[in-house]
Each structure stands twice: as C-alpha cells, then as structure tokens.
Design a protein around this ligand. Structure first.
Ligand code: SF4
Ligand code: SF4
Length: 355
C-alpha cells in the first residue's frame, strides 16, 4: 500500500496505535510493515442507522491519524451515505459493488429499528434488512457508538421503535463493539488497525468491547482519584472544593462503574475530557447507560473499595476508613485493582471466563 504521508508522521501514527493497543514501542516496525505491506487499503462500508451521526463526527475529529489520513491512506471508505458525494442509485451501486467484491469491513453507527422497521429505512430497505445483508458477506463488523453496540438512547425505556444493537440482531459473537456517546476516535482507529495488523478481531470482553481499551475503569486512571481516596469531594458546583479539583463522586460521577480509557485517550485532539472539564462521567461507554445511570447528577448508591472487588461501600466510608488505612501504612494505590470483565477469544464464539 502506498501511503501519502511523511515517514515521520507515519511512524507517529504507528507509535500512537501501539500505545493504544497496549503494545510496547518495539511493535512499531511491525505495525508499520503490516500497513505498508497490505496489498490494498481494506474496503469499508459505513452504515448509519438510528443515531445522531455523532460517531462519524467524532472520527472526523481524530487527531492522529487525522480523518484525511484514515480515509485516503489507511482504509478505502467505499460507502458512507451521510457523507459521500454520490446519492441515490449511484450511492447504492457503491454499496452493492463493495458487497459483491467481499473482504470488506462493515462499520455500523446507530441502532437497528426492529419494532417499527419503517422508522429506519435507506433506499427502500429497513435497517434490519440492510445490516443482515451487508454484514453476512463482510470480513468483520465494528459497531461504533453505544447506539449500534447496545441500542443507545433509542433503546431507552419504553423503546418505542424496538431499537437494538447490531449484535442483538446478527449475533453478539459476530461484532466488535466500540461504544461511547460518541465513540472515541482513537479507540475506533486502533480497533481497525488492530484488525489489519493481526487479521482478526482483538480480544473482547463479555460485552464485545476490545479489552485493550475497555478492561479498566475511568476511576482507575482519573486525575481526581487521590481526592476520592482521601475523602475530598465536591458537594456543590461553585464551591471552594470544586475550584480545588476535588472528586466528583457526590456530583453523580459514574467513573467507578464505567469501563473506558477516557482519562488516557482524552478528547478533542487530546485537549481534555469530561472530568477534566469539571463534569462527572455519565458512563456513556456502558450498555444501557441511559436507563441504568439516569439521573446523571445522582450519586451512585455505592462503589467498590479499591482492592476488594465485589465489596461495595459509600463514599463517606471510603473517605473515613481508607484514610485511616493509609495512615496505618497500607498503600491504597498498592492494593487498587481493576475489576475486569469476562473475556473471550476474539474469533471464537465459545464461552469466556471470569477473572
Ligand atoms: S469518582 Fe469520578 S471524579 Fe472521583 S476519582 Fe472516580 S472517576 Fe474521578
Ligand atoms: S468520561 Fe465518561 S461520559 Fe465522558 S466520554 Fe468517557 S465514558 Fe463517556
């Protein structure tokens, strides 16, 4: 594959991808070789169903590699109906030709309408018909965003259109889920590059998410974690505690229950992220977060004590008891342990295992 970017930029792309995938920088030459030696850019079909197009916009904000590099040098984006220049029959011909040729990656954004199928149609076909037809002949299916992964806001109770995630429609073992509202551009790109590099889906957790990105919780890497451990909380916006950057747990932060690499990847060209901006995490990477985590400013009823997975306690308990433990010489960070999800082999439809 001929890449039209400088060698320096190309290696930076490979270095960033290696870091995201949890690989050492020693992998950079192999990533570079995999991309350079690919016979041709892999064809990609981007299907947009019930959603807000926020994930496509998020990908357009990818900092490294940027959207031009992704579209022009890394993949061949053959069909994306909300963005492509052709329309009508010419657009649909691009879809048909790509499906007929095979070997493509299907990226899906938005939920599938199964209860009221006509709520989501393109070129006279329902979203359920399209997703079944297109994904059946593809090499891999990547669901970007919480809507295509798990239904998203459309599936929020009472779910009037019967919105479902793609995995629910074609089989959970046939999808790679990259949730988020929107999905993080770095995670999306790294998932695609991982597939190109290894020729198979990355290791996934029990909800179909790549473990390289979703095996740890927001809480594990949050810059306010020391305040949580010390019992320093914001209890009112506009307060002195807020200006000191105290923990947002009591302001409704769902970071202790949310699996996501946001504190590491950041957002908007790595400028900042939700908690860095002063708002608690609303848990947008978790399945059913619209129902499970509403209201967004309500305090979680309880949260895991670091190091004692499965044991729940209140923030007040953490604020008093764990500080005592620290004084007693027990290093909180030394015992902190991330609760990991169930894992399964990426290309194996068999059972995962708890750890
Ligand atoms: S509760 Fe939220 S703000 Fe506080 S440390 Fe955890 S993730 Fe950060
Ligand atoms: S910090 Fe929480 S709400 Fe913000 S993008 Fe990450 S998972 Fe979503």
């Amino acid at each position: 594959m001929q890449l039209d970017i400088s060698r320096r930029d190309f290696l930076k792309l490979c270095g960033g991808t290696a870091a995201m995938l949890g690989l050492s920088q020693a992998w950079v030459p192999q990533i570079a070789r995999a991309l350079e030696q690919a016979a041709e850019r892999p064809p990609v079909i981007w299907l947009a169903f019930q959603g807000c197009s926020g994930c496509l916009e998020s990908l357009a904000k990818a900092a490294y590699p940027d959207i031009a590099t992704i579209v022009l040098d890394v993949i061949s984006l053959n069909y994306v109906d909300v963005l492509m220049a052709p329309s009508g029959k010419r657009a649909e011909k691009s879809l048909e030709d790509t499906v007929a040729a095979g070997g493509y990656i299907t990226i899906v954004e938005g939920a599938v309408a199964t209860g009221i199928p006509e709520a989501m149609t393109i070129a006279g076909k329902t979203s359920e018909e399209i997703v079944k037809e297109v994904t059946a002949g593809g090499a891999a299916t990547v669901c970007v965003g919480t809507c295509s992964s798990y239904g998203g806001v459309q599936a929020m109770r009472p779910n009037p259109t019967g919105a479902k995630g793609v995995g629910e429609v074609i089989g959970e073992d046939k999808v790679i889920n990259v949730p988020g509202c929107p999905a993080n551009p770095d995670t999306m790109v790294s998932t695609i590059v991982s597939y190109l590099l290894f020729g198979k889906a990355p290791e996934l957790d029990s909800r179909g998410r790549p473990t390289f990105a979703f095996s740890q919780k927001i809480h594990d890497h949050c810059e306010r974690r020391a305040h949580f451990d010390s019992g320093h909380y914001v209890e009112e916006y506009g307060s002195e505690e807020e200006t000191k950057g105290y923990c947002l747990y009591k302001m409704g932060c769902k970071g202790p229950e949310t699996h996501s690499p946001c504190p590491l990847t950041l957002w908007n060209s790595k400028q900042n992220w939700c908690i860095g901006c002063g708002n608690g995490c609303i848990g947008c990477m978790e399945p059913d977060f619209w129902d499970e985590f509403a209201g967004f400013y309500d305090t979680l009823p309880d949260t895991p004590i670091p190091g004692f997975v499965g044991v729940k306690t209140s923030a007040d308990y953490v604020g008093s008891t764990l500080v005592t433990a620290t004084v007693a010489g027990i290093g909180i960070h030394a015992i902190a342990s991330a609760a990991k999800g169930r894992f399964k082999e990426a290309d194996d439809a068999g059972e995962g295992s708890d750890d």
